[in-house]
Design a protein around this ligand. Structure first.
Ligand SMILES: Nc1ncnc2c1ncn2[C@@H]1O[C@H](COP(=O)(O)OP(=O)(O)O)[C@@H](O)[C@H]1O
Ligand SMILES: NC(=O)OP(=O)(O)O
Length: 313
């Protein structure tokens, strides 16, 4: 088992497997924590980053439904902060439960994290990040006509609202996150890609967007000097010719090889592509680094290089 400091990005299926109730999401996270504890047991320092697409979209919808003078709707950056608190709280409970079961004595903490973005980022003119529930095409088109929101088809899975997703420039709390992880705490940070903020004369201010959690995890991994970036999703491996009769799993692959596959459009935009781009960027940084893309169920084996797609420079 590799030792060191690892940033783990949890995919959507680690939190929500269809049912959006708090109970179902907490149950899903208990299963997730059971897998993560196998790594924690090996005394590896981990920072957990999680997505928030379904959750932040639902929180935003709930704001609109209950909107009144006395209960004003909160903006998207604040909904992002709410999602960090909510999911961080669930992960804390789930991990503590698993730690207790395995007799491991460690603290787990969530850091509400602000991520600085560039207000001139092109993403603000071209929303691409899917959030909230899926809709049929006719429903989505109706909602687009009735509201100012933009909806797009999400990687063959249905239509969803899309919002701007700027590139993370820096992570405001990265030093605190690093101090916590270096003192041996399990840290949950940069949830939902972080709360998007921009610099202003008065300090940091929120901006309406949702940052991609894989890009934010990569940025955090760089800033805390992680040895490994692990991106967990619903598949055990990255494939070429994905979902076709001639699909081939990628086991050990270099950044240059992945770039060639990108040119062949092997990775779906908005789903596998950002993970691949984050991995390439990470492994090309200073020092000995690797990135792993695999499923939660195979993460332990992947860290032993017995499963998953292992990406090197
Ligand atoms: N080339 C590929 N290899 C493997 N999976 C792919 C590929 N292209 C698209 N995918 C799909 O991308 C999904 C991961 O994206 P997504 O579900 O958006 O991520 P997340 O797990 O972070 O929510 C995989 O579960 C798989 O269905
Ligand atoms: N913020 C983010 O990337 O969330 P998802 O992974 O849930 O899309």
């Amino acid at each position: 088992m590799t030792r060191g400091k690892i940033v783990i990005a949890l995919g959507g299926n680690a939190i929500q497997t269809g049912d959006a109730t708090a109970k179902a999401q907490q149950e899903a996270l208990e299963k997730t924590a059971e897998q993560l504890v196998k790594i924690i047991e090996k005394n590896i320092d981990i920072v957990i980053v999680h997505g928030n697409g379904p959750q932040v979209g639902n929180i935003l919808l709930q704001q609109k439904v209950a909107e009144s003078e006395k209960t004003p709707a909160m903006p998207l950056d604040t909904c992002g902060a709410m999602s960090q608190g909510m999911i961080g709280y669930w992960i804390e409970n789930a991990i503590e439960k698993a730690l207790k079961k395995h007799n491991i004595n460690k603290e787990v903490v969530t850091v509400v994290t602000r991520v600085v973005v560039d207000e001139k980022d092109e993403a603000f003119n071209n929303p691409t990040k899917p959030i909230g529930p899926f809709y049929a095409e006719d429903e989505a088109r109706k909602l687009m006509n009735e509201t100012k929101a933009v909806f797009k088809e999400d990687a063959g899975r249905g239509w969803r609202r899309v919002v701007p997703s700027p590139i993370p420039v820096s992570i405001h709390e990265h030093r605190v996150i690093n101090s916590l992880v270096e003192q041996g705490d399990i840290v949950i940070a940069v949830g939902g890609g972080g709360i998007p903020v921009i610099h202003s004369e008065e300090g940091l201010i929120g901006i309406e967007a949702v940052i991609d959690k894989d890009f934010a995890a990569q940025k955090l991994a760089e800033l805390v000097g992680a040895d490994i970036l692990v991106i967990l999703t619903a598949v055990d491996f990255v494939y070429v010719n994905f979902n076709q009769p001639n699909q081939k799993k990628l086991e050990f692959v270099t950044a240059d090889e992945l770039e060639e596959y990108i040119k062949e459009q092997q990775f779906a935009a908005g789903s596998m592509l950002p993970k691949i781009e984050a991995a390439i960027h990470f492994v090309r940084g200073n020092g000995e680094r690797k990135a792993i893309i695999t499923s939660l169920e195979r993460v332990y084996e992947a860290l032993e290089e017995k499963a998953g797609t292992i990406i090197s420079r």
